[in-house]
Design a protein around this ligand. Structure first.
Ligand code: MSP
Length: 510
């Protein structure tokens, strides 16, 4: 089975920051999860490189737009490499393959009679790359997001008959039994979209004469394709469109993004696809926006956090874990360095780190640093299995990453409590056999926890797996485990094999 997941393609006028990282890590966690479930995963990310905004940024910097794009898209690639993002492909909208895909799509819509020419005058916000009606602006006539006045643009443009799709789109969004149902989540955002759709749709301009930095229209080279139409088509280009091969992965299983661009993805994009007789994405998931200490992150406020800063403080895997689990996935939320550090110390240093290090230390002290000889005791592993499997799967499938991580934390707490109850430090004095059995059971439970951690913290999970004397490649074993949740009779950590205490997995941070 295939699974196709995408992130938005990011504008190259900005450096990668924790907001972009949020969506990208989340997509990576889901992609890894599906791979562990034996899906053939295609995970697409990339950069959005055309339009007035990019042309303006290049002009201000005194560089050519193409040079700015190359420079900045490299920065995004570097950030994703740093964060161990396992994307299948990184698309840039200035690539030749994308020009071909956009040309083909626009030509198809035109051939189907869905594009017409019209004189248009409207208020255009370059920051949003879209026209606004007066009613959508604040009392000073400024864009709500950018707080700047949109500029009046009057042109003769090509328009797409968006209005013809209102009813059909509404049906596909609201009727879960529709064969081409499109699921928009979370619920509140879906309702907002439905509310707006019920008011009807207006046709939209899909080309510009004044903007040279874009893809020329195939049938009128004096105009370029509107940057949002150009950008959305990346989801097809990335998997090979217009060649037939794109059908291997299309339709997308999940388009992930924040609420700022949900309208484009849940209305304009599906309408374009319907116009071209293509299937619609199955799910569109919009997570919240996060603020930093109550403020919007912005260059002008100077409070933008880069992925690098986080990695320098917490390490790669902890950054991945903290970023996607600090606030509930869906609503807006506020983050702070204090909050991140508190969660790091609570979940990682005190709970997980402590479990691994105390278990290995006991084995080192009492059993010469090997998995002790004992009757396989899988009681605890089975309990952990029961605590985790259904809840974790449910939360991952519903993209509730913070809840899935809470499930893992509950399992870790459960084992830590069991250790307190067993008091192995007492057993060491009176009953070595019982101690051996207990430590064996902790090691098996840790192995299971490591498999659940894999998609959030791939390197740490691997390190833990190697330290507990577990045999085989963790990913291969996890794939088998997630197929039937069966624990082998002799567990995962093999009796007599060497343990390796990784020591400070999570040094406490103040
Ligand atoms: N280029 C368009 C997207 C085209 S997709 C066909 C664009 N780019 S963007 O660089 O502005 O990225 C917006 C996305 O970045 C958001 O939808 C979200 O995924 C992510 N985020 C940027 N800042 C964020 C926060 N402060 N909080 C959460 N997500 C954030 O829009």
């Amino acid at each position: 089975m295939k699974f196709y997941i995408t992130t938005p393609i990011y504008y190259v006028n900005d450096i990668p920051h924790i907001g972009h990282a949020y969506t990208t890590i989340a997509a990576d966690v889901l992609a890894r999860w599906k791979r562990l479930n034996n899906y053939d995963v295609f995970f697409l990310t990339g950069t959005d490189e055309h339009g007035a905004k990019i042309a303006k940024a290049a002009k201000e910097k005194g560089v050519l737009p193409q040079d700015l794009c190359s420079q900045m898209s490299t920065k995004f690639k570097e950030a994703w490499q740093l964060l161990n993002i396992s994307y299948t492909d990184f698309i840039r909208t200035t690539q030749k393959r994308h020009f071909e895909a956009v040309g083909k799509m626009v030509q198809t819509l035109s051939d189907k009679g869905l594009i017409f020419k019209k004189k248009y005058e409207g208020l255009y916000c370059v920051g949003c790359e879209r026209f606004y009606a007066l009613k959508d602006l604040d009392e000073n006539g400024c864009c709500l997001l950018h707080k700047t006045k949109p500029v009046l643009q009057a042109e003769e443009n090509y328009f797409f008959k968006l209005s013809t799709f209102s009813d059909e789109l509404l049906k596909r969004i609201t009727d879960p039994t529709h064969k081409e149902h499109i699921q928009i989540q979370p619920e509140e955002r879906r309702n907002e979209i439905i509310g707006k759709l019920k008011l009807g749709l207006e046709d939209i301009s899909i080309s510009r004469t004044a903007i040279e930095w874009g893809i020329p229209l195939p049938y009128d080279k004096s105009q370029t394709v509107y940057v949002w139409v150009d950008a959305l088509i990346n989801y097809l280009t990335g998997i090979g469109f217009p060649n037939e091969e794109f059908k291997k992965y299309w339709p997308a299983d999940v388009h992930l993004m924040a609420k700022d661009i949900l309208w484009f993805h849940s209305v304009i994009w599906p309408a374009i696809l319907m116009g071209a007789d293509l299937e619609l994405p199955k799910k569109i998931y919009s997570h919240g926006f996060f603020t930093l200490n109550g403020n919007k992150m912005s260059k002008s406020l100077g409070n933008v956090i880069s992925p690098e800063e986080l990695v320098n403080k917490y390490g790669v895997d902890s950054t991945r874990y903290l970023t996607v689990t600090l606030i509930p996935f869906g609503p807006d939320g506020d983050i702070s360095w204090e909050g991140l550090t508190l969660k790091y110390n609570t979940d990682l240093a005190n709970n997980l780190g402590n479990l691994v290090s105390r278990t290995l230390k006991m084995a080192e002290k009492n059993f010469d640093n090997i998995v002790p000889q004992t009757e396989p005791n899988l009681c605890l592993a089975k309990q952990i299995n029961d605590i985790l499997k259904e809840n974790f799967i449910y939360n991952m499938e519903n993209i509730q990453l913070h809840k899935a991580s809470e499930n893992i934390q509950s399992a870790i707490t459960f084992v830590n409590k069991q250790i307190e109850q067993d008091a192995p430090w007492e057993l060491a004095k009176i009953d070595k056999d019982k101690l051996a059995s207990c430590i064996y059971s902790y090691l098996q439970a840790i192995d299971i926890i490591a498999m659940y951690l894999l998609c959030f913290m791939p390197e740490i999970a691997q390190k833990i797996w190697l330290s507990t004397g577990a045999s085989g490649n963790i990913e291969e074993i996890a794939k088998k485990y997630f197929a039937d949740f069966n624990i082998p009779d002799d567990g995962f950590s093999v009796i007599s094999s060497k343990l390796a205490n990784p020591r400070m997995l999570f040094p406490r941070i103040s």
